[in-house]
Design a protein around this ligand. Sequence first.
Ligand code: GLN
Length: 489
Amino acid sequence: MASETKHAGNFVEKPRTIVALREEIAAGRAKAADLAASYYQRIEQINPQLNVYLSLSKERALEQAQRVDAMAAKGDPLPALAGIPVGIKDVLVMKGAPATAGSKILQGYHPPYDATTVARLEAAGAVLLGKINCDEFAMGSSNENSAYGPVRNPVDPERVPGGSSGGSAAAVAANMAVATLGSDTGGSIRQPASFCGVVGVLPTYGRVSRYGLIAFGSSLDRVGPFAANVRDAATLLHVIAGHDAKDATSSPAPVEDYAAESDKPAAGLRLGVPAEYFAEGLDPEVRAAIEKGIDALKAAGCEVKPISLPHTKYAVPTYYLIATAEASANLARFDGVRYGYRSPQSATLAEMYRHSRDEGFGAEVKRRILLGTYALSAGYYDAYYRKAQQVRRILAEEFLRAFAEVDAILTPTSPVPAFKLGEKTDDPLAMYLADIYTVTASLAGICGVTVPCGATAAGLPVGMQVLARPLGESTAFRVARAVEAAGIR
Ligand code: GLN
């Protein structure tokens, strides 16, 4: 071992499907407790190289696994995720477990409650393995903004896994969990899923409760699943979706059986390909892979036609105004008094606030608080924040008009494949600009799925983004299933 380079090798390993694992547990051929133990073993083996997990919740996981095994032994009907090992992005709270949001400022914070999504997973039988690394307060596109060090991409550990839910994507790609939860404010589920070659879901705004999600941009934040295949991702969404009295923005609309819906053929669906997502800046290998995916959908009987979303070019500045404005308000609560880190070296209260925030927040978070505070300040509010809200409305209307003509929209998830660690850290603007294909759906409140769709010559995964109208998750899953079934290489 000592003579080998630390990050050599490829850590990709496909987890078994939820259906297969659940059947084995139900039939008594496998035990949930053994499955959890085998996942902890794999985590202990490769976490030092990939830096995916920040903390493990072994006691809670083993208790849950034993409950599932007892049910199986009695022959009780098993819930949807019985015994399935799942990891949680560390922006969602789990009772008693450290919650860091990838930040030093939350050091020592142990929340006294479960996020609704965490509670729903556990009620469905999932075994919660632990908390997963991410960019600080979910701000970033590469996972390099975590106070606990970057996550490495299991496909190529010299490359980033994407962000901010890079750890959640890497965990599934490296089989350190069967599935995970992440959050997506401007692309943080979709982009890392595409960089790591797994499926990621952006549910419609309000489809999944945000209760217990550490807030970044509250009008944009969504919680959603990662899995190795579309059906498993759909199964997870089915479990976590639905109205929650603890989140006033959660939708009362009934939840569809997404896994069953995803089994329906995509033939006959009308799909739009927006010219603006295939313009300058798109890596030619990514383009070629997506074109193969589009051809596969045509072959599967879908009707594909060109569409136009001309306001796409305003999406990045609009997003970075609204997201930072909301972040500056949301992060005001971290003051050294109520949560986590407090600077030890302060003579007055004002100094304590200042030092705690100065030492507790990282550079990117400070940049966002400054930008957001500026955009909201008197005199600039109308010029920036109000304008951004108006553009946001236009973008949303543009999507709704498109969805009058097509059932789903196909785009690359990211203009580039996974880049090298350090490649973009000196240029925040270049990092922001790469969010061009994901921030639009975030602003519009619509839903989408990213599904693996081939790879570059160097073997880097490419993801296709399938967008659908509000509450159109089933349609997005059907299209994604067809892309997956085509097995594009
Ligand atoms: N990369 C985007 C940002 O840095 C999106 C992050 C997210 O979705 N949480 O804001």
